[in-house]
Design a protein around this ligand. Structure first.
Ligand SMILES: O=C(O)[C@H](CS(=O)(=O)O)OP(=O)(O)O
Ligand SMILES: [Mg+2]
Length: 232
């Protein structure tokens, strides 16, 4: 399938199929949130919008990147999230790069949000359900973040079929600037396991699709058929 890679600043028009990549950490966190019982994630464009959305609905939770802050229930860390019980909850998420990228293509007919933990299911979903050119939105560092590029390239290769070895792509992500910053404690709202958790290939068996629901951009897990070994 034809595909290309763009940073958020380079986006023009509305892609037909958009796959928004944020490995560290928004869409690793989103997948972990679903695994902890979250029913849907509402993507917010600002922290104040996230808090306003949370306050407007009973039982909603809010998550932001950076340091913990008043009104927010969680931070953008898979290591800190993995012990939470969010069964049946709606989570509002606002981060620096991932949620911004998803909102920038929210009007596309098909929007998937992805990271290594859902790479295989995402590739399978694209292979079986999508047609037309795929635009990978590389959210970090204006489209240059190597952890996001590596993940996008891995999914791009995998959806084309054949046996794609994940190790070189994971290595690129492990040696990226974002990984070094996280491991070096330069990012707030951090757990020491975050880098490793962001580099787990196919930890989860679902893809994640964003759609418009009552004027909100809502991310939900979507089931995909069993992943054949050819795209692992
Ligand atoms: O929380 C993260 O890892 C980043 C925040 S920053 O870019 O390091 O300031 O947000 P994300 O949108 O998940 O890349
Ligand atoms: Mg990122």
């Amino acid at each position: 399938m034809d595909h290309h890679f763009v940073g958020i600043p380079e986006l023009t028009g509305v892609p037909r199929v958009a796959v928004v990549i944020d490995v560290m950490r928004a869409f690793t966190v989103a997948a972990w949130a679903f695994s902890r019982g979250v029913e849907r994630i509402v993507l917010a464009s600002t922290e104040s919008e996230a808090l306003a959305l949370k306050e407007s609905r009973s039982g909603w939770l809010a998550l932001k990147d950076g340091a913990p802050a008043a009104g927010f229930d969680a931070v953008n860390s898979p290591g800190l999230l993995r012990s939470c019980d969010f069964a049946g909850r709606t989570l509002v998420q606002k981060t620096t790069a991932g949620t911004v990228g998803a909102l920038a293509v929210a009007n596309a007919p098909l929007v998937l949000c992805a990271s290594f933990v859902v790479a295989g299911p995402t590739a399978l979903f694209l292979q079986t359900k999508a047609s037309g050119p795929v635009t990978f939105v590389v959210t970090g560092e204006g489209g240059q973040a190597d952890e996001d590029l590596a993940c996008a390239e891995y999914i791009g290769q995998s959806m084309a079929g054949g046996d794609v070895e994940a190790a070189p792509y994971i290595h690129r992500a492990r040696t990226s600037r974002a990984a070094a910053d996280l491991a070096g404690g330069l990012r707030s709202g951090y757990h020491p396991d975050d880098v490793d958790l962001c580099l787990e290939i196919d930890r989860f068996s679902f893809a994640m699709m964003a759609r418009q629901e009552e004027s909100l951009t809502v991310l939900r897990p979507v089931a995909v058929p069993d992943i054949p070994s050819s795209i692992r």
